[in-house]
Ligand binder design. Structure first.
Ligand SMILES: *[C@@H]1O[C@H](CO)[C@@H](O)[C@H](O)[C@H]1NC(C)=O
Ligand SMILES: [Cu+2]
Length: 349
């Protein structure tokens, strides 16, 4: 039985391939660790598996703040970075950020708080980044694989219109190699404390954790070792306001005409109050087309359709501007598009 073999392989690889989000850069400048609620102790790189636990907010021990707050101008690109341990050797790009069979989505949430140094994460979280299934199946190429190809770095634009003030930033990987069984999905989470400056007056609505995830969500109770063409990314849709952009697609519609026109459909993923899900998959002959339509009964959710990226005229400084599977902007509003690796090109000053 193929599955048994794959699962055995996954569990063997699993123990040595746990990981930790542990660095933060703002517009490419490393911020040190003073504003990061780093998981502590010998189990620092272990996953959370109970979505009903308060640990799902900011990991074990993560309800307690640290002293620092990192200033981030609205519209900036922040980079959260993951490695298997805190050792220098494990921070090498030649070591996979999250290895073994730890495939799955990468997501980043934010929560407005009064004081980021004391906030416990009990408020409402809105999503600013999500990358789920990119291609393939059994196991496929996922947000985690893209992150590994980018040396553990995940670049996220802080929405330009966000109200200034303190926020928690919650970076998450959901590793799915054991998710064929209930409570088998592994959540790797780290929270960051930031102070957004500038910005506008937007206060996106959000979801609670625990609450937004269920152990039986299709994207959490998921068999990686089978055939599939779409993946319903857990949690709410990515906040579409403020002009933030980035590789946020949860499902991708790529249409190749004679003029090579591409468009990205950001499918709305259900809110916590929604129970009905409809999925449609279409696969034409040459170009692989995947369309995910998720119906919700909540009037406040939206489906955003963007053409050539989330903002017109190219990617922002430090934004993504190319790479395999990328359907967003291929030019830069500011800077030059530099190839980091086959999966990632970035606008650099
Ligand atoms: C956040 O930024 C504002 C504007 O620069 C500043 O007045 C405030 O003191 C900062 N707060 C923290 C906690 O750093
Ligand atoms: Cu692991």
């Amino acid at each position: 039985m193929k599955k048994t073999v794959a699962v055995l392989a996954a569990s063997v690889a699993g123990a040595s391939a746990h990981s930790i989000f542990q660095k933060l850069a703002v517009n490419g400048v490393d911020q040190g660790t003073s504003c990061i609620r780093l998981p502590q102790g010998p189990t620092a790189n272990f996953p959370v598996t109970l979505v009903s636990s308060n640990d799902i907010r900011c990991n074990v021990g993560g309800s307690t703040g640290v002293s620092g707050v990192c200033n981030v101008a609205a519209g900036s690109t922040i980079t959260v970075e993951m490695h298997p341990t805190y050792s220098a050797a494990d921070q090498s790009c030649s070591v996979e950020a999250i290895g073994g069979e730890h495939h799955g989505p990468v997501q980043v949430y934010m929560q407005k708080v009064t004081d980021a140094t004391t906030a416990d994460g009990s408020g409402a979280w809105f999503k600013v980044y999500a990358e789920g299934l990119i291609s393939g199946y059994n196991p496929g190429y996922w947000g985690t694989d893209h992150m590994n190809a980018n040396c553990g770095k995940v670049n996220v634009v802080v929405p330009t219109g966000l109200a200034p003030g303190n926020y928690l930033v919650r970076a998450e990987v959901i590793a799915l190699h054991s998710a064929f069984q209930p409570n088998g999905a592994q959540f790797y989470i780290t929270c960051y404390q930031i102070n957004v400056t500038g910005g506008g007056s937007e206060n996106p609505s959000g979801v609670l954790l625990p609450g937004a995830y269920s152990s039986t969500d299709p994207g959490i109770y998921w068999d990686l070792y089978r055939s599939f063409s779409t993946y319903p990314i857990p949690g709410p849709t990515v906040y579409s306001g403020g002009g933030g952009s980035g590789p946020t697609s949860t499902a991708r519609t790529t249409t190749t005409s004679s003029k090579t026109t591409t468009s990205t459909t950001l499918a709305t993923v259900r809110t916590s109050t929604v129970s009905s899900t409809t999925r449609t998959t279409t696969t034409p002959t040459t170009t692989r087309t995947t369309t995910t339509t998720t119906k919700t009964t909540t009037p406040s959710t939206t489906t955003r359709t963007t053409t050539t990226g989330g903002s017109s005229g190219g990617a922002p400084l430090y934004g993504q501007c190319g790479g395999i599977g990328w359907t967003g902007p291929t030019s830069c509003v500011s800077g030059t598009c530099v190839v980091t690796n086959p999966y990632y090109s970035q606008c650099m000053p």
